[in-house]
Design a protein around this ligand. Structure first.
Ligand code: AMP
Ligand code: MN
Ligand code: MN
Ligand code: MN
Length: 278
């Protein structure tokens, strides 16, 4: 079981930089044999990627995935769904609701930006988005219109947690996110746990709540995770009897610190979701 895999990445159907077909080609260049495409609140990239694989008989297995934004008492979190049936009706309806809310949120954010004298962001954002509208598209629009030097600055100044523009969002509750993924036959994974702005005490409570909601796994290997944090996660994974998952959360090629298929290795003794999925 030493196949190369990646269980978390994005395409242009949400906020990634590659089309689903180009993502598959990029994965093959990196010798990845098992790839889960996990776009934000959207599954439309899966059929496109799968057609590309089948038409060209490519040696890669695509795992149907999704990354759901969910509301918890600890704030917004992300739940990755792996090996889902992406045609599941309940999942499809819930995704439509999240996508509509994303459109509404984009409108509200852009209205607030207009009040700050930054005009034209909504139409630029809609131009940049393929399927799902994310804050990444809004950040790119702000940069393209010359109001920030790069995306980081657009988040910092305007649309990030501490930015000038605040819009609340009513994502589905965590219990629904886990239920939808499992109802569609998949495994629910707590995404990039150390990236939420939580103290260790709150994060350990979040992991417990995730387990109580029926969660299956927890990401424990992703870029930016230092060995201390990984050790902390190992303890909490074990205490909550969750399976480990690994993924790059790849969005764009060309970044020095991250790439598709690149994340820290985990000891083979740690029970991993790949044993049940690959
Ligand atoms: P959304 O789901 O629409 O709120 O957008 C969140 C996405 O924006 C995340 O999945 C990241 O890809 C991206 N993002 C969030 N914060 C930052 C940041 N500070 N710099 C760059 N990208 C970010
Ligand atoms: Mn993203
Ligand atoms: Mn995420
Ligand atoms: Mn992601």
């Amino acid at each position: 079981m030493s196949d190369k895999f990646d269980f978390h990445c994005h395409s242009i159907q949400s906020d990634g930089g590659l089309s689903p077909a180009d993502l598959i080609d990029y994965a093959l260049e990196r010798n990845i044999q098992h790839l889960a495409l996990t776009d934000h609140d959207c599954v439309s990239g899966l059929a496109i990627a799968r057609s590309h694989i089948e038409e060209n008989q490519l040696p890669i297995s695509l795992i149907d995935g999704v990354e759901l934004s969910a509301a918890t008492e600890f704030g917004e979190i992300h739940v990755v769904g792996l090996a889902i049936d992406s045609a599941n009706n309940r999942l499809q309806s819930a995704l439509k609701i999240q996508q509509d809310q994303r459109k509404e949120r984009a409108q509200q954010i852009c209205l607030k930006l207009e009040k700050l004298g930054i005009t034209g962001v909504l139409s630029k954002t809609l131009e940049l988005a393929t399927e799902v509208i994310t804050r990444t598209h809004i950040a790119c629009a702000i940069v393209e219109l010359g109001h920030a030097k790069d995306m980081q600055q657009a988040f910092k100044k305007y649309i990030g947690k501490k930015g000038k523009v605040k819009v609340s969002q009513s994502w589905m509750p965590l219990i629904d996110a886990v239920g939808l993924i499992q109802g569609a036959g998949g495994k629910a994974v707590l995404a990039h746990p150390t990236r939420y702005p939580l103290t260790n005490r709150k994060l350990s409570l979040l992991i417990q709540v995730f387990k109580e909601c029926g969660g299956d796994g927890i990401e424990m290997a992703y870029p930016s995770l230092n060995p201390d944090k990984m050790n902390w996660l190992k303890i909490h994974r074990e205490q909550n009897d969750l399976l480990a998952s690994s993924g790059s959360d790849f969005h764009f090629p060309g970044l020095k610190w991250t790439d598709l298929g690149r994340f820290p290795p985990l000891d083979t003794t740690i029970p991993h979701l790949k044993e049940t999925i690959i």
